[in-house]
Design a protein around this ligand. Structure first.
Ligand SMILES: Cc1ncc(COP(=O)(O)O)c(C=O)c1O
Length: 493
């Protein structure tokens, strides 16, 4: 039952903002609890004596900030993450919504974060699981993970990502997010300040906030993290240098050097999330940042993009004392990656099947990227030289409208605002090309986005000004593709 007293006053600022502030405060201090249902837009508008648009816009803002979620056909609810990340003990900033409603049947899901798994079920995949299931179980598990897998990972990281790290400095985790959470828990005291890219990966913010760390948003532009702006009092900064999530910049070498120099000078750690570093299309990938200075960079890897997140295995590579601290911590809390999955991954690596799969998927994603960029032609695309997603920059205001209209017509994309906790410098949509079942669905979804974006741009009076400003400003000044990198040619289908 919703009985929260809400008051909006005419003449005291925009009604929408008043409503957003009051609802946000109620969710932060627990008067509105996780899972609680909010009244319908119509009901709340009637009880407050405001137009329905005021309530709809307020809900959209809270949705973009991750406070509330819509469950298909059954209303609007306070997200679970709110109570988790806002426990009074954790003097942490607002955590974003991290859960998403599942896509209903018939929708085309173009939200980022999901790998294409349609071609995973190969004889090699089945063989790996069969062998894993029949391998003898050793109850004395090493807290760093299976020794055989760590030896294979050391080789894989060297050949695929230029990470040179002996097996005893590798810890098998349950994924990149788990690696970040373990690192924070093992070596950072609650209350310390840590940086996360803004816009950035909401789950990274959430696990750091859950540890009681103060999360500081760190600016990002079209090249990735703006290293020159990093404050000196951070204990750790979380970054995605291979393919900034979600804007897609690839951190240039001078900034990489500046980042490790900053970490050396300030004593901070750099958590490098190399979640999709294997997928670079037009030029050779830059090796992982870790190689520049393994003493200050903790490398976080995952099977989530190269195979599937359902395996629940990732890895971290760190200097010896950090790897040992992580291993001690996880032993103390009895955390480990699933043994069968570790063994299956070891088999895939040892037989060269993982490398073959990654090569196949690089081709698949290159074709998908070509389909997406063709279908979105004419729009301002950013960050599409790597990974499994791209950004469509749109004038402020248009992005959320296009997202909503596309969802109403069965195509799910994310608005950039979802990845922000502060006022966005760039607005637009994030489109993933992993989750679509095939190229036709991807083309259909992207074509609808183009149609809606073009219509929204033409309707929006700010669009003309924004277009003119974009034409005047060098690309590198805004977040997105660096000014000096030409649009790559699309690979042939
Ligand atoms: C930036 C980023 N890092 C990591 C992951 C995967 O994390 P995990 O290995 O914890 O599933 C994702 C998945 O969407 C991601 O977007």
């Amino acid at each position: 039952m919703f009985d929260l007293p809400l008051v909006v006053e005419r003449g005291a600022g925009p009604l929408r903002d008043q409503l957003v502030r009051q609802l946000r405060a109620a969710m932060r201090d627990g008067r509105l609890a996780a899972g609680e249902r909010l009244p319908s837009g119509r009901a709340l508008a009637a009880s407050l004596g405001v137009s329905r648009t005021v309530v709809t816009e307020a809900y959209e803002q809270l949705y973009a900030e991750g406070w509330i979620e819509g469950r298909h056909g059954s209303g609007t609810y306070v997200t679970d993450i709110v109570s988790e990340a806002h426990r009074p003990r954790a003097a942490a900033p607002e955590a974003p919504r991290v859960e998403r409603e599942p896509a209903a049947a018939g929708t085309i899901d173009l939200r980022p974060g999901t790998a294409f798994t349609g071609s995973l079920d190969t004889p090699a995949w089945r063989r790996a699981w069969r062998l894993a299931a029949s391998a003898p179980l050793d109850e004395r598990t090493d807290p760093r993970g299976q020794a055989g897998l760590r030896a294979e990972l050391a080789e894989y990281l060297r050949r695929s990502r230029g990470v040179v790290c002996p097996p005893d400095r590798i810890v098998v985790t349950r994924g990149a997010t788990s690696g970040l959470a373990l690192t924070a828990a093992a070596v950072l005291r609650p209350g310390l300040r840590v940086g996360v890219e803004e816009p950035g990966f909401g789950k990274a913010r959430a696990v750091l906030a859950a540890r009681g760390l103060e999360v500081v948003p760190c600016r990002v532009d079209g090249h990735g993290l703006v290293v020159a702006d990093l404050p000196d009092d951070l204990a750790l900064v979380y970054t995605t240098p291979s393919h900034q999530y979600p804007l897609g910049g690839v951190l240039p070498v001078p900034r990489r050097q500046a980042l490790v120099a900053w970490a050396r000078r300030t004593g901070a750690l750099v958590a490098e999330d190399d979640y999709d570093g294997e997928f670079r299309f037009d030029v050779a990938p830059l090796p992982a940042l870790h190689g520049l200075d393994p003493d200050v960079v903790v490398y976080l890897g995952t099977t989530a993009k190269i195979l599937t997140s359902r395996i629940g295995v990732g890895w971290l590579a760190a200097r010896p004392d950090l790897a040992a601290a992580v291993a001690r911590y996880r032993e103390s809390v009895n955390d480990r990656a699933p043994d069968l999955a570790q063994e299956a991954l070891r088999v895939l690596l040892a037989r060269g099947d993982l490398d073959r799969h990654v090569r196949r998927m690089r081709g698949e994603y290159a074709r998908r990227r070509a389909v997406a960029t063709d279908a979105l032609a004419g729009l301002d695309l950013r960050g599409d030289t790597a990974g499994l997603h791209l950004v469509v920059a749109l004038p402020a205001g248009a992005a959320e409208r296009v997202r909503r209209e596309a969802a109403e017509r069965g195509v799910l994309v994310d608005a950039l605002g979802r990845y922000q906790t502060t006022e966005p410098e760039l607005s637009g949509l994030v489109i993933g090309y992993g989750a679509a079942p095939d190229a036709d669905a991807l083309r259909t979804g992207c074509s609808l986005v183009r149609e809606l974006a073009a219509a929204a741009r033409d309707r929006d009076p700010r669009a003309g000004a924004a277009r003119a400003a974009a034409a005047r400003a060098p690309r590198a000044a805004a977040a997105g593709r660096p000014a000096d990198s030409p649009r790559p040619a699309s690979p042939a289908r």
